[in-house]
Design a protein around this ligand. Structure first.
Ligand code: GRF
Length: 192
């Protein structure tokens, strides 16, 4: 815990576009926000999200993912150096090992574009449309060693219209993601 402001020192892990990172930065800038983003890490050198980190002068780094062990060891060192006490995965496309989760020993949250436990993994929108689901949505959950399976913190749904394409649905769900990730962080930090 950062002592002066009482905000949690938070690291955001990304792999690409970074729209959730952007929404979390926006939240973190609020006076009453419960987090301070002290570090942004990407496993992808070209991740667009890194531009947001630069724009807002947030310490950011690309860590090459040559293999999981090397990546996670470098990451752990950085987290320690920056006194990170919360990790938020935001479009981070690698799976963290059980050993990393144990060693970090602090909460890790993730946002997933489906109504978990439905559609773990990739291509969630396509799968929801193919199955003719009436609703899709987004979920924020605690990360454990199993993919997209940890305790759910917050979930919000959106109606799938017959006319919805995968792209359309992605846009609608993304809007929800940007809304619920900050809300879920607040819920998590105030009630767990
Ligand atoms: C989001 O849909 C997130 O739920 C998923 O990957 C996507 C990342 O988007 N895990 P962005 O990089 O935050 O724009």
């Amino acid at each position: 815990m950062e002592k002066s402001s009482g905000k949690r020192n938070t690291a955001i892990l990304i792999s690409g576009r970074g729209s959730n990172l952007k929404s979390l930065i926006k939240y973190s800038k609020k006076k009453k926000s419960l987090i301070k983003i002290v570090l942004v890490v990407s496993n992808n050198f070209n991740a667009k999200g890194l531009n947001y980190a630069n724009k807002y002068k947030i310490n950011n780094i690309f860590i090459k993912y040559s293999n999981r062990k090397i990546f996670e060891n470098r990451l752990l060192k950085l987290l320690k150096k920056n006194n990170v006490d919360l990790i938020c995965l935001a479009g981070f496309m690698k799976i963290l090992s059980g050993s990393f989760i144990k060693k970090f020993y602090r909460p890790i949250l993730n946002i997933h574009p489906s109504l978990l436990p439905k559609y773990k993994g990739l291509n969630t929108h396509n799968r929801a449309i193919q199955n003719k689901d009436k609703y899709s949505g987004a979920t924020v959950h605690i990360v454990n060693e199993k993919l997209d399976s940890g305790k759910i913190i917050l979930q919000e749904k959106v109606k799938i219209l017959k006319s919805d394409s995968v792209r359309n649905l992605e846009k609608k769900v993304l809007k929800i993601e940007h809304k619920i990730y900050p809300k879920a962080i607040i819920r998590f930090l105030t009630s767990y």
